[in-house]
Write a protein that binds this ligand. Structure first.
Ligand code: AG3
Length: 279
């Protein structure tokens, strides 16, 4: 009987803890201009994108993160027309953004062109939206793009890696005030903000910084099995619209696998030890 490939990959999520996947095939493995990139095939989670040895997305569980990044702010805003995604070169967030008919333009600014190229090639179900006519793809520095934009976007989504390597600038107060300036007067932004088990201080810092700039700042959670601890957080900063005060009639039908109008609200109900990071 033919044996399965016995190649195992471990992401060291902390110095002393990791998550391990059996790899069936390695499609790409290279040092790009910005980071180490691997695209591999696994039996448990399907095709998987790794950056600097960290799991970015997998075919099987990507929908959780991408739906929750996109739909919470987009349903909170009454009429989102112009959207910016910083990072997210795999295209998953853009795919979800395009499900909202009010969106006329979605700009993606990804620093690493290789992420876009390989995602289109190996993750077509995730990256498909990148070729849509409403989408403008810019290979460039999201920090600089934000610094130059004024009063331009209804919603900004930060789909970054963790604050190591190319993403360090995206976890700073300077970046959040740039976002505020780039947003229109009733704009909303959301950023992935890591997990409460291994990086509680990061969540606390992001909450503190965003609160100084946005009158409405909240944290919500989702279950992403391939990310550290499986419990992921998102920080939302809003100038005017409260994500917990969305009129029920504003939720329109979209096709999802995780997000529902009930979950939109429920995601803000935090376990006590997580809630404590927000005050
Ligand atoms: N961006 C956030 C992934 C963070 C995962 N961290 C880790 N594996 N240590 C995901 C990009 C998906 N579009």
């Amino acid at each position: 009987m033919e044996q399965k490939l016995k190649l195992w990959f471990t992401e060291h999520q902390t110095e002393d803890y990791g998550i391990t996947f059996r790899v069936n095939h390695v499609y790409e493995s290279e040092q790009t201009e910005f980071q180490r990139l691997e695209m591999v095939e696994t039996d448990e989670f399907g095709t998987m994108l790794l950056l600097d040895g960290m799991v970015m997305t997998t075919d099987r569980d990507e929908f959780v993160y991408h739906e929750m990044v996109a739909h919470v702010p987009l349903f909170t805003h009454p009429n989102p027309k112009s959207v910016l995604v910083v990072g997210g070169g795999d295209g998953g967030v853009i795919r979800e953004v395009l499900k909202h008919p009010s969106v006329e333009k979605a700009v993606l600014v990804e620093i690493d062109g290789k992420v876009i190229e390989y995602s289109k090639k190996y993750l077509p179900n995730i990256a498909g939206g990148l070729d849509d006519a409403r989408v403008e793809v810019i290979v460039g520095d999201g920090f600089m793009h934000i610094a130059e934009a004024v009063n331009e976007y209804d919603v900004i989504m930060v789909d970054s890696t963790e604050p190591v390597g190319p993403a360090v600038n995206l976890f700073t107060k300077g970046f959040y005030s740039g976002i505020s300036k780039a947003l229109k007067e009733d704009g909303i932004f959301v950023a992935q903000s890591d997990n409460p088990w291994f990086t509680p201080e990061l969540i606390r810092d992001v909450q503190r910084d965003v609160k100084e700039i946005f009158p409405i700042t909240k944290l919500y959670i989702a279950n992403v099995p391939t990310y550290p601890s499986g419990l992921w957080t998102f920080t939302i900063g809003s100038k005017k619209h409260d994500p917990l005060a969305v009129a029920p009639e504003r939720f329109h039908e979209i096709e999802t696998k995780y997000y529902t109008p009930e979950l939109h609200t429920a995601a803000f109900a935090l376990p006590k030890f997580v809630k404590d990071l927000t005050i």
